[in-house]
Ligand binder design. Structure first.
Ligand SMILES: [Zn+2]
Length: 276
């Protein structure tokens, strides 16, 4: 599942490819992708809209349109965009198609069927239930060490579970939560409210550092129109992760094996020696 840095890369590439274009016609091929709106209404709301820019809030992609509308997109497990020539065949699992004014079409493909789209009035974005409860963006001033401490001190769940709660910390998923806790040398199993002030400060920097690392990596990859924002890790896939997916491999700091545990149904990778 894409996390914040991967979504950021999709956003940047989409913006480079389609900002300024006009949607001549939009087709919704899977009704559940946009449950609030019929396919007929989906088409009529988007027809002849120009795309003014692509931004992001949390893991939501915001396609800003003319006439004061925004198309909200969540990729969830497997949603992805591809930009094809108008006459190209649409691949299996194509759930929405946006025909653009330059003989291309933007295709939304979603093998696992969890993706979400919503057409909203741009002025109402901050009140939208999907966005209104989201914690501050990790790169914003509002997300300060004090803010993080405030949040953690009010949670008795494990540190790992608390970091995944998007209403407290926005943008961390399973990968970067494990990575940030490793960098901060914080035990994922401990109760969030027992993390010391010093470790909280370290965790705050670690969260920004691990996210920045991948955001920057995303800037270096060439755009693949068939898989926009994909292939972020190139051929050395996942090699940048320190603990994630490395169960049994030696810890880069102490050489002891990385452990994998399951917390709230999801894997956590950590070094029991370095993180305590
Ligand atoms: Zn270690």
């Amino acid at each position: 599942m894409p996390e914040l840095p991967e979504v950021e890369t999709v956003v940047r590439q989409l913006d480079a490819l389609i900002a300024g274009r006009t949607i001549n016609q939009a087709r919704l091929l899977r009704a559940k992708l946009s449950p609030d709106c019929s396919s007929k209404r989906f088409s009529s709301l988007l027809q002849n809209s120009s795309i003014t820019g692509i931004t992001r809030r949390g893991k939501f992609i915001l396609v800003d349109l003319s006439r004061g509308r925004t198309l909200l997109v969540h990729l969830r497990m497997s949603g992805r965009f591809m930009l094809l020539d108008e006459e190209a065949a649409e691949p299996k699992f194509t759930h929405a198609v946006f025909h653009l004014d330059d003989e291309t079409k933007l295709v939304f493909q979603d093998q696992r069927h969890f993706g979400l789209m919503k057409i909203v009035t741009s002025g109402d974005l901050s009140n939208l239930k999907e966005l209104s409860k989201l914690a501050p963006e990790p790169f914003s001033d509002e997300f300060s060490p004090d803010y993080l401490r405030f949040c953690l001190q009010r949670s008795r769940r494990s540190l790992k579970e608390t970091l995944l709660d998007q209403t407290r910390v926005c943008g961390l998923g399973n990968i970067y939560a494990s990575e940030a806790m490793f960098v901060a040398r914080a035990d994922p199993r401990m109760s969030a409210d027992s993390l010391s002030a010093i470790k909280t400060k370290r965790l705050h920097s670690a969260i920004r550092d691990v996210l920045t690392e991948t955001v920057e990596l995303g800037k270096t990859i060439a755009i693949d129109r068939d898989n926009i924002g994909g292939n972020i890790y190139g051929n050395g896939s996942e090699q940048i992760w320190r603990v994630y997916g490395r169960q049994g491999e030696p810890c880069s700091k102490c050489g002891r094996p990385i452990r994998r545990i399951v917390q709230a149904g999801r894997s956590t990778f950590y070094c029991a020696y370095c993180q305590r």
